[in-house]
Design a protein around this ligand. Structure first.
Ligand code: ACO
Length: 381
């Protein structure tokens, strides 16, 4: 019997401190008008010195654990998608695993730039479908503010901090994450990178003085790449799920630039009411942008059981990733005990259906055998 991977819990966290475009205009040569027109961003949340990537991840993860009503001891694996980990090592996922008390879980970080969350979701889906694991926590968490050159107006206006998490669980009930697409074109790696601090340019006074620990980006080329891959990756995920484009109920793209999102939606002929956009309040939160968008879409009632969702990420690498999801989790807003009861009911119902299916196969086989026997009898006489 095929296994399916369903999102059964979700959570998000953004630091309370807000930095507006007007605040930025006091630091660098920019204007609120330029940032709004060229990107769609109005403000972003910025982590305080104490709010590290692991802490943001933990807040979002705790919410996802609570919504899913899962005992941390039942989590098999924690994946944290991030380009701004707590340390080079240990992995941020290990810190989250420990703080959650997920004692049985393995943990690792996944780095695929802003595509990281969908890459991690695809990994969780594959591990669940292969029955290696049953319960996987996937987090996208970033503190991009820590690696921005706050004197470079071409990059510092674009990004924000935050985290989003989902709990993914295996079930026999059809639905959930139906298709995933992962892509990479390493030839474009230099278009968006942090050159310093790795094995090529280890941290030292020179790398610091030449600002090698900050994000370097060729915005125009990344823009060109993003508008090309976003629609293409969405189409591939939709095809693989066996859907048509007009069956998409909600498109959840990576929140980098509203012009990139509009261009993809136009090419896919998805009407604006089916495209989720919240970047005006958060900026580009990299691997956290899609799970934060998912949480807000759920909170605002844009996703219902049975909704067809498509997520698409793109980013450093260069990478891209997409997935198609048939949403099955109960409506948010339902109190946790009720949600847990609904999940349990679904679980019991899928068990009954599976038992019924097995039983009907046995009855079918027994009836066929009897009929065969009756049919063969006259010729034997
Ligand atoms: N304020 C005012 N002027 C600015 C600013 C600013 N903040 N930034 C750039 N400009 C100027 C430039 O210097 C340039 O001036 P010039 O013509 O005198 O040289 C002018 O505005 C136009 O610059 P462009 O780069 O052509 O502006 P564009 O319209 O392309 O917008 C932007 C720039 C917003 C960066 C766009 O290219 C973009 O969104 N690119 C994609 C970036 C992205 O999504 N990156 C994240 C990838 S995901 C990840 O993994 C992290």
């Amino acid at each position: 019997m095929p296994r399916y991977a369903h999102i059964i819990g979700w959570g998000k966290y953004v630091p309370p401190n807000i930095l507006t475009n007007a605040d930025l205009a006091k630091k660098v040569d920019t204007t609120d008008e330029w940032i709004r027109e060229r990107t769609g961003i109005h403000q972003r949340h910025i982590a305080s010195a104490k709010e590290t990537t692991a802490l943001l991840a933990l807040h979002a993860a705790r919410e996802a654990v609570e919504v899913a009503d899962v005992n941390p001891q039942d989590i098999d694996l924690v994946i944290v998608a991030t380009a701004t980990p707590e340390y080079l090592f240990p992995a941020t996922a290990c810190l989250v695993q420990n703080a959650l008390g997920a004692e049985r879980a393995g943990a690792f970080d996944l780095e695929a730039g802003c595509s990281g969350f969908v890459y991690a979701l695809a990994t969780a889906t594959a591990l669940i479908r292969s029955e290696m694991y049953n319960t996987v926590l996937v987090v996208g968490a970033e503190t991009l503010s820590r690696i921005l050159d706050w004197s470079d107006r071409a990059t510092c206006v674009l990004f924000g901090d935050g985290a989003g998490a989902v709990m993914v669980r295996g079930s026999d009930q059809p639905g959930g994450i139906l298709s995933t697409i992962l892509g990479s074109d390493g030839s474009g790696g230099e278009l968006l990178m942090v050159p310093g601090g790795g094995s090529k340019h280890p941290a030292g006074p020179d790398t610091v003085l030449s600002k090698q620990h900050f994000v370097k980006m060729n915005g125009r080329e990344v823009y060109r790449f993003a508008t090309r891959v976003m629609a293409q990756a969405a189409r591939q995920a939709v095809d693989k799920a066996g859907w048509q484009l007009d069956q998409i109920d909600l498109f959840l793209p990576h929140q980098a630039n509203v012009r990139i999102i509009d261009s993809a939606a136009k090419s896919l002929k998805i009407p604006p009411e089916k495209v989720f956009v919240n970047l005006e309040r958060y900026g580009n939160t990299s691997a956290a942008s899609i799970p934060i968008a998912l949480c807000e879409a759920l909170d605002t009632g844009k996703i219902k059981p049975g909704s067809n969702l498509v997520m698409v990420g793109f980013g450093a690498g260069l990478t891209w990733a997409s997935c198609a999801i048939k949403w099955t989790a109960p409506q948010p807003g339902t109190p946790a005990p009720q949600r847990a009861a609904v999940s349990r009911l679904r679980y019991i119902w899928s068990g009954i259906k599976s038992f019924g299916f097995q039983l009907s196969r046995h009855i079918d086989a027994a009836v066929s055998k009897t009929i065969d026997g009756i049919e063969r009898k006259p010729s034997e006489e």
